[in-house]
Ligand binder design. Sequence first.
Ligand code: DSN
Length: 390
Amino acid sequence: MKDKQIAKLIKEEKARQKKVINLIASENIVSADVLEALGSELTNKYAEGYPDKRYYGGNKIIDKIEKLAKERALKLFGLKKGKWFVNVQPLSGSPANVAVYVALVPVGGKIMGMSLTAGGHLTHGHKVSISGNFWKQVPFGVDEKTETLDYKSLQKLAEKEAPNIIVAGFTAYPRIVDFKKFSKIAKSVGAILMVDMSHFAGLVAGKAYPSPFDYADVVTTTVHKTLRGPRSAMIFSKNPEHAAKIDKAIFPGMQGGPHENQIAAVAIALGEANTPKFRKYAKQVIKNAAALSNELKKLGWRIISGGTDSHLILVDTWMGGKGLPGKEASDRLERAGIIVNKNTIPGESRSPMDPSGIRLGSAAETTRGRKEADMRKIARKIDKVLRAKK
Ligand code: DSN
């Protein structure tokens, strides 16, 4: 690289990534092929529109790439062409979610989504996101005691509020979501069911977590978390009318030219995920998260909901004032070479910038080949760092 300043910084970041234990639940490590596609000449091309319907010339090869990405997306999740539709152009998860609302929810309509502190995402209708500005959030949380979803109270809330769309999905909920129950609730009030599977898409692909496709009307996902692809997103929909509206919302509604280098990298990641090796990986991700969670629990840390069914663990480090605030826990761990993020916990009593917990995930370290014994060792290191006298 001729730009010495950027070359140096890339080298430094690469070295940092190699050196640390990465427990950020939304991160992963992509293959050399994914990196190669991202850095390819495909980035030079404008391709506004969709395959065979572009506004610029010179897109014959680009069309083949985007069609391949779409085919692989449907195949990976066992979906039939013509029964399900997929848009692979969203630049990332937030625009993908907002595009669904733009397409399917009238401005001012209601989005019933998990609140941020309970484990939802900003784009599930939080007021600081556009999703909570142009639409009205009907927030739901988790049961105070079990810290898991309470479907009876969700049913009552849906009946009271009559939302246009219900969003099932999370960024910090460690348990299995019952999509069948969500679907029943949505149907009973005439709402669209959208599942945001960004966090667990790789686990669904690897058949290690329930698939939402039998129950959802729309499924959004990022590609870069457990799915181990480039930063990107996809929107799946079942109803052809929904699909046409979603396509329009993405382009020309919200985006211009799709990032075809990114779409090629998505196609590669989808191919990589459709292998026995990846299915084994997905199962190991869950085993590793369980090992980490169980060991931390044994060491006296409070694990939200008592454990995990996924790649993700939420630890109450504050423990009502007996422990450490989430920010200090995260800072201390970073100094010790363990990267996590501070996170709110259900019933949060502190602030989002300095909440009561930390979120851990096993996807990246599993990519590095770590197994349960390694995760137990990491748990003991976390415990030592968090309990050390200042
Ligand atoms: N930033 C992602 C996460 O960490 O879960 C969600 O957008």
